[in-house]
Design a protein around this ligand. Structure first.
Ligand code: BV8
Length: 240
């Protein structure tokens, strides 16, 4: 599996599958996060309104796991960081993931379109604040000092993803679009391949299995990300 050109501008979309081998549950795989919860109860503004304690617990547990000694960037995250370091052109990681494993692996140019687990937001001012601790309904907001005024700085269903203007611009300009570890179920991320294709961009899907959007890609590489991403990155570096 090789590409027959030397890309100059790569956009890489990542999903939960790239963090699976770091021990972080995906959403829709067997015993995934959505098997334990109804999506709309824990990842929507309505769910948060209905039961903020449940939502805080859902994100507190994920934040605790991310910060524990059991979770580290895996070879796929590390390969992407090495690519950014050695690639002569421009490379942007657009991640749906809210973990910080791309940053921990050394990647720099990252857009978290669904927010970040290690950030929280003031409900009144919308101010985003770094946070590594549990949030509860009694946590005083450091911004306005009100109790119960904090929420995870995460994009829930029905909320507008972050950095959409920049993402769209990069999808129009890039000459290689690579999707890694996402089921292609959630929009608007699932339609990024269509945007890239409409600008004649070569599109590669790297995933454990075929997805709902596989037909839109020029190339499909199947297997665990720690192997497939590492091999694909080596191909790109060899072209440098
Ligand atoms: C919005 C919170 C308005 C963060 C999440 C059409 C257009 C626009 C919107 C919609 C539309 N149709 C429907 C909608 C609404 C909705 C939506 O998409 N619903 C779906 C369910 C139908 N979208 C929204 O509400 C979005 N906002 O639309 O605003 C708008 C309109 C137009 C244009 C712009 C904006 C907001 C979506 C964000 C919701 N927040 N979660 C959190 O808690 O983490 S979504 C949730 O799913 C996560 O963020 C996650 O990132 C995302 C996608 O999941 P994946 O990452 O793909 O994970 P999944 O488990 O599904 O798949 C993992 C894959 O990895 C699998 O394929 C597996 O095979 C593979 N894998 C596993 N292990 C490995 C592996 N691959 C390689 N190696 C391995 N080892």
């Amino acid at each position: 599996m090789n590409i027959n050109f030397s890309p100059k501008h790569i956009v890489i979309l990542t999903g939960a599958g790239i963090s699976a081998e770091s021990g972080i549950k995906t959403f829709r795989d067997a015993n995934g996060l959505w098997e334990e919860h109804d999506i709309m109860d824990v990842a929507s503004p309505q769910g948060f309104q209905r039961d903020p304690k449940l939502v805080h617990r859902f994100y507190n547990l994920r934040r605790q796991q991310l910060l524990s000694d059991e979770v580290h960037p895996n070879q796929a995250h590390i390969a992407l960081a090495e690519l950014e370091e050695k690639f002569q052109g421009k490379i942007t990681i657009v991640t749906q993931n809210v973990d910080n494993l791309h940053e921990s692996a050394g990647s720099k140019n990252i857009l978290h379109m669904h927010g970040e687990l290690l950030k929280m937001k003031c409900i009144d001012t919308g101010k985003s604040l770094s946070n590594k601790r549990d949030i509860t309904i009694d946590s005083p907001c450091p911004c306005c000092l009100k109790k119960g005024n904090l929420r995870p700085d995460i994009v829930w269903f029905g909320e507008y993803p972050m950095h959409m203007d920049q993402i769209t611009k990069e999808l129009e300009e890039c000459d290689l679009f690579v999707s890694i570890g996402t089921s292609g179920v959630v929009y608007p991320a699932a339609m990024f391949v269509e945007i890239a294709k409409s600008f004649n961009t070569f599109c590669v899907e790297i995933n454990m299995e075929e997805t709902q959007v596989s037909d839109n890609f020029d190339m499909h590489i199947q297997g665990p990300a720690t192997e497939t991403v590492t091999n694909f990155v080596q191909l790109l570096i060899d072209k440098e």
